[in-house]
Design a binder for this molecule. Structure first.
Ligand code: CP
Length: 339
């Protein structure tokens, strides 16, 4: 019988498939993940989900390792799920936010992260308003870096959570029609999902008003020569975007990142691009509705959709812990190199 303080089921992770992939040191975006590596993370997340449903949710995979979450922007889901994931894997987890740290006295990101590394942080999970901040740290530090969202650039673990949630509702990701609707311009979630979904063979429709679509995606076929996402359709009509969709992902309107003139008004945006039960009739009857959160209910999504029968939004949150456990577990060989 397991005693209090003991780590339960030390062999549970032996059921994790070993896909003979190269050890991964950082998780910065999905652009450098192969399809096989994404599949391995999703499979491992299922094993991690089993761990979470055990009476004693603890395995020793990261025992003796230190994880620091270093957040320069607010977060609920990502920070808490990483903390919970690290603790279930037996790591020591320390949370640092820019507010209340020496960043408030003007310490640079580099010096803050270097300080944390000097205190033996093995993995630093960073969220930052500047695109590329995690990549910068990965180039200059020895610790493993996980990108928990940088500017409008990338949010790879959210995309892995989304892929996992879609895969648990469909036989396969290949051929799935996924409509991503809303503030594409500022969405790191949309960008990382684009990498993940296209690598897994899904077809993606991006839908936004022209002012909230990245400039290099506009212009139809012309734009495709400028970006690697050849299976991606660009649509400004939400009705057409939702036609036959298996998955509809609504995005948060990022009020904190808007330039003047992007939107006529919130009411107008909501009227044209808010996801309603009526609009969902355009999609497949089996459609699932996703949102990475936090939601602006009544702006990009009607509360009746957010909390309706097609919504898997709470499931996305629940999957966040298991998927982030799988991501952390995938970095274990890299952290062992420094032993
Ligand atoms: N999806 C997401 O990143 O949510 P948080 O900002 O709450 O972490």
């Amino acid at each position: 019988m397991t005693q209090i303080g003991e780590v339960a089921e030390p062999n549970v992770l032996k059921s994790i498939p070993s896909p003979h992939l190269p050890a991964r040191r950082h998780c910065l975006d999905l652009d450098d993940y192969s399809r096989q590596e994404i599949e391995a993370v999703l499979q491992n997340a299922t094993v991690m989900k089993d761990v979470m449903h055990r009476e004693i949710r603890k395995v020793p995979a990261l025992r003796g390792k230190s994880i620091v979450t270093l957040f320069y922007e607010p977060s609920t889901r990502t920070r808490v799920s990483f903390e919970q994931a690290g603790k279930i894997l037996s790591a020591d987890v320390i949370n640092v936010s820019s507010s209340g740290s020496s960043a408030e006295k003007g310490e640079s990101l580099y010096n803050t992260a270097l300080t944390l590394q000097s205190m033996e942080a093995d993995i630093i999970i960073v969220r930052h308003p500047d695109s590329g901040a995690p990549n910068f740290l990965a180039r200059h530090l020895n610790a493993s870096i996980i990108n928990a969202g940088d500017g409008s650039h990338a949010h790879p673990t959210q995309a892995l959570v989304d892929l996992y949630t879609m895969a648990s509702h469909a036989d396969r990701l290949e051929g799935l029609r996924v409509a991503i609707v809303g503030d594409i311009q500022h969405s790191r979630v949309a960008r990382s999902n684009l990498w993940g979904l296209t690598k897994m063979g899904a077809s993606v429709v991006l839908c936004a008003p022209p002012t909230l679509m990245p400039i290099d995606f506009l212009g139809g076929h012309h734009s495709r020569s400028n970006n690697p996402f050849t299976s991606v359709e660009i649509e400004t009509s939400i009705e057409r975007a939702l036609e036959g969709a298996d998955v509809v992902m609504a995005l948060r309107l990022q009020k904190e990142r808007q330039d003047a003139g992007n939107l006529p008004s919130l009411r107008e945006y909501s009227r044209l691009y808010g996801l309603t039960p009526k609009l969902l009739e355009k999609a497949r009857t089996s459609v699932i509705v996703m949102h990475p959160g936090p939601m602006n209910e009544g702006v990009e999504i009607d509360p009746a959709v957010a909390h309706g029968p097609m919504s898997v939004i709470e499931e996305q949150v629940a999957n966040g812990v298991a998927v982030r456990m799988a991501v952390l577990y995938g970095l274990v060989p890299a952290t062992r190199h420094r032993d």
